[in-house]
Write a new protein. Structure first.
Length: 232
């Protein structure tokens, strides 16, 4: 199949899945900002999503996109390393006109994956997962069930801890570098590869990625500052 047997096809798959994940990040960031403006409104959104069938279908689809994106990213990276062979060890200088993010996408991707794993443990495992377990007839602690839709509570618990604040900000920094390169690279793969539009997409990538990351960071720092004020 062309999408898996050719290098171009693999890049197309990674580009499409990557852009889909960017759309999810946009939605997730906007939803999180609601927690800063209206905690009760944010909890209503969490309750609306929960473990309802449409939320579960969306979660499964998102997980599939993420897994496919990771597999194809590693596949292309290994392919590129094999193609370069021993020549990669002979390079003594960094290639000119090549972005730092482009040279370190694998490392950045691994940090992003670790950040997603941490995020799942801090939120999904304490919110949607207990609801699913309860619906399947499994025993779940009553206190856990009582807080599954209380998203603000989980945000406060997580970002009241400075260690988690630092870890999440490191994750966001890696995400920013990953997005700024990945976004315009995806557009290039999908055909927007003339000189004028590539420069435009690079600018759009930087602006859009910055908005997404700053939105997430605002929630993290905002709730951490609130915890400090509450402790005074």
């Amino acid at each position: 199949m062309w999408l898996s047997n050719s290098s171009v096809g693999r890049k197309v798959v990674m580009s499409v899945t990557g852009l889909a994940l960017v759309l999810f990040l946009t939605f997730h960031m906007a939803m999180n900002l609601v927690a800063l403006i209206s905690p009760s409104g944010y909890n209503l959104i969490c309750e609306f999503l929960g473990a309802n069938w449409y939320a579960l279908v969306a979660s499964a689809g998102l997980a599939l996109l993420f897994i496919i994106h990771i597999i194809y990213a590693f596949w292309l990276t290994m392919q590129n390393l094999q193609a370069r062979g021993h020549e990669r060890y002979a390079v003594s200088e960094k290639p000119k006109n090549v972005e730092w993010a482009s040279q370190n996408m694998l490392v950045l991707g691994i940090i992003v994956i670790l950040g997603v794993a941490l995020h799942l443990l801090d939120f999904w495992a304490k919110m949607q997962l207990p609801e699913v377990m309860e619906k399947l007839g499994m025993h779940v602690d009553p206190d856990t069930i009582a807080n599954v839709a209380n998203g603000v509570y989980h945000i406060e618990q997580t970002f009241g801890n400075p260690v988690y604040v630092v870890l999440y900000l490191i994750w966001l920094a890696a995400l920013w570098f990953h997005l700024t390169h990945g976004f315009w690279s995806a557009m290039q793969t999908l055909g927007w590869n003339n000189k004028i539009w590539i420069e435009r997409w690079k600018l759009i990538s930087n602006i859009y990625s910055t908005i997404i990351v700053l939105g997430f960071a605002a929630v993290i720092i905002g709730f951490y500052l609130r915890s400090l004020c509450g402790a005074c």
